[in-house]
Ligand binder design. Sequence first.
Ligand SMILES: [Zn+2]
Length: 143
Amino acid sequence: MEKPEGCILCEKPEQDNDAENYILYRGDRNFVILNTYPYNPGHLMVAPYRHVASLEELTNEERHEHFDIVSRSIKVLRQELIPEGFNLGINIGRAAGAGIVDHVHTHIVPRWQGDTNFMTVISDVRVVPEALAKTYQKLKGKF
Ligand SMILES: [Zn+2]
């Protein structure tokens, strides 16, 4: 499998440094990583280990595990951060606003009443009240 330079969703899971890379959980075919430019505290991404651009390129096993882990992530965030809602998003292709093009991933963004409107927030980097490391410690081991 060709793995281009500079794809963080390929490089980070290959390193043996999950804490510094904010990798929260490793499944057989997918992993969970904290977004380092979060729209809200607890903004996670679920991604396959394989560098594929879109959902239809995943095997059935990869895709099933992907959405099992998305569902589990919602459960963990609900328990640990007590959000009042979630935004889930998959941006496929540069024109759709994908920040990491060509490596498909699902964003999970916890939401609270009164936080900034998601559509406003996605065009900007948000300063979050809770440090990433603190969020990582809270969520690590809960999957
Ligand atoms: Zn990749």
